[in-house]
Every structure is written in C-alpha cells, then in structure tokens.
Design a protein around this ligand. Structure first.
Ligand SMILES: [Zn+2]
Length: 101
C-alpha cells in the first residue's frame, strides 16, 4: 500500500515497515481552485494562484496538494496532464509543483 503523507503505521496492515518510492513524473488534475484574496502578506505578489489536488496514475491512494505553475487562469481544468517539477524556495527547500504537458 502506498500512503501519502508518510505515517508511522500502515493503515492497510498496521505494520511499521516502510520504504520510499519515487513520485511518478506525471500526474493529472483531480480538483483545483484559484485563490484571489491573500490570507497573508507574503503571498500578495502571487495572486491569483491555484491550489491543485493532483492524482497519480497507478497510485489511487495518493493525492497531493500542490500548484500548477505557468498556467493562465482559464487554461486549468480537471483531468489536465501534468509533469512534476521541483522548485527551490528562497530558503533552499524543494517543493513538488507541476506544469501542464
Ligand atoms: Zn501495509
């Protein structure tokens, strides 16, 4: 069973053994919304931005909250195919984001 986010106990078998797998390079949009009002001053410059629930082919248990980058407001739809891209934040943390294929 594949579980995301990682947790201590497998919900399928209650086991403690875990291993990592690489995220698939491709995904699709399961659901999305556009944010037009900043909840914090740090994101005012990003408005409007999308929040996307991404699903991966072959991993039906896994959905990931992320963003689709470089996409105009009217060109994002459920089912859109995406490529995974890793983006570095200002502090060097790597975030999984997506770009339309
Ligand atoms: Zn298990």
């Amino acid at each position: 069973m594949v579980v995301h986010p990682p947790i201590a106990v497998c919900p399928g078998c209650q086991g403690f053994e875990r291993s990592w797998i690489d995220a698939p390079a491709q995904a699709s949009v399961f659901a999305f919304t556009w944010i037009h009002t900043a909840a914090d001053n740090s994101v005012i410059g990003c408005l409007p931005y999308n929040v996307v629930l991404v699903e991966f082919s072959g991993l039906p248990e896994v959905r990931l909250v992320s963003n689709v980058i470089d996409v105009p407001h009217a060109q994002l739809a459920t089912g859109d195919l995406l490529n995974l891209v890793w983006e570095a934040t200002d502090n060097g943390q790597m975030l999984p984001r997506f770009r339309k294929i």
